[in-house]
Design a protein. Structure first.
Length: 158
């Protein structure tokens, strides 16, 4: 329902919207709008970046995609719309789903503790992904054997 009490008009599933939705659903990497744009252009070479941004927002507003605002980075989009958690690598920025049950007990506890009517929650897990942990371990071994210090670099994981 809209704020004025009227019904929200049904969203027409255009060719562009379907392509955006299918692209996000097919990529569990939680792509940014720019990444979605690059991927969708393979199917629809004439689609504009503005169309991608507008329609990703619209699809998220209608509950067909989830918009993920994680740690001040770029907005990402998720084809899974159920309540679930994410973890982000603090080194490369990789974002993955966390395979644990989302906690309604957590919401009930927050309601009891605060008197708020809790309408949802966000939990951010952060850490090092497997590839960055392996790279860090190799770096430590290399420094220990060479006796030199190297400055940390921010690399993306594959």
């Amino acid at each position: 329902m809209k704020k004025d009490g009227g019904e929200t008009p049904k969203l027409r599933m255009t060719r562009q919207r379907r392509a955006l939705l299918e692209t996000v659903e097919a990529h569990p990497t939680h792509p940014t709008a720019d990444e979605v744009y690059r991927l969708v252009r393979r199917r629809l070479p004439h689609i504009s970046l503005g169309t991608v941004y507008r329609n990703l927002e619209l699809l998220a507003e209608r509950g067909l995609l989830r918009k993920i605002e994680f740690g001040g980075g770029q907005m990402r989009f998720d084809g899974r719309t159920d309540q679930h958690y994410h973890v982000q690598c603090t080194k490369c920025g990789r974002l993955d789903d966390v395979a644990i049950t989302a906690g309604s007990r957590l919401e009930r506890s927050a309601e009891r503790a605060t008197g708020y009517e809790i309408q949802g929650h966000r939990v951010e897990f952060v850490g090092l992904c497997g590839q960055c942990r392996t790279a860090r371990s190799r770096g430590r071994k290399g420094r220990a054997s060479s006796g030199t210090k190297r400055a940390g670099t921010k690399r993306g994981c594959a």
